[in-house]
Design a protein around this ligand. Structure first.
Ligand code: SF4
Ligand code: SF4
Length: 190
């Protein structure tokens, strides 16, 4: 029959464990407090932090989104819904043939991975540093196009309106600003 091993050494080792444990507590009491006073004090994020999306505009205010849905196809969380539509000469929202008539991002699904902005061919979609994406109901966390569109800066005009930066697509995209339509109204930013 096997004999019971002696517990003398083990008891001595465990005798100091509570002392060591309280030592950690005692040292921590004198360390610098790291509590952040959010939301009263908001710290800046890292410059490339992935926050809320933004739908960008051309310098005349037209939308960069062409409604191609590539962002929606790239999204692993199925968080983006896009419906494209045709621009007309009377009602133009973007300089190309198509624009994003419906654009939604569901922030209940989005994991802020950034794959959608990588997929966007026109740099219409980028991400801001805004991280306050919480609410008390599900509906308000589905952001519509109007929630995501970049604000109109000085010199921009609310679409729909004609292309103001050039007489044709080439001039417009190269920013040549040859159009008299734009200069007449002072709508051509540098
Ligand atoms: S950041 Fe990622 S999860 Fe969120 S909408 Fe874009 S692709 Fe989808
Ligand atoms: S945001 Fe970019 S990828 Fe998405 S529909 Fe618009 S143009 Fe296409």
């Amino acid at each position: 029959m096997a004999s019971t091993p002696s517990t003398g050494t083990s008891s001595k080792e465990h005798f100091w464990d509570p002392v060591a444990g309280f030592g950690v507590t005692f040292r921590t009491m004198f360390r610098k407090v790291v509590t952040e006073q959010y939301p009263f004090e908001k710290l800046a994020t890292a410059p490339r932090f992935h926050g809320r999306h933004q739908l960008n505009r051309w310098p005349d205010g037209l939308e960069k989104c062409i409604g191609c849905e590539l962002c929606a196809w790239a999204c692993p969380a199925d968080a983006i819904y896009v419906e494209g539509a045709d621009n007309t000469n009377d009602e133009r929202f973007s300089p190309g043939e198509r624009y994003g008539r419906v654009y939604q991002i569901n922030y209940l699904r989005c994991i802020l991975c950034g794959l959608c902005i990588e997929a966007c061919p026109t740099r219409a979609l980028t991400m801001t540093n805004e991280y306050e994406l919480a609410d008390n109901n599900r509906a308000d966390l589905i952001y519509e196009k109007n929630d995501l569109l970049a604000p109109l800066l000085p010199g921009m005009e609310q679409p729909p309106h004609p292309m103001r930066l050039g007489d044709d697509g080439g001039a417009y995209y190269r920013g040549l600003g040859t159009s008299t339509r734009g200069t007449d109204e002072g709508e051509v930013p540098a």
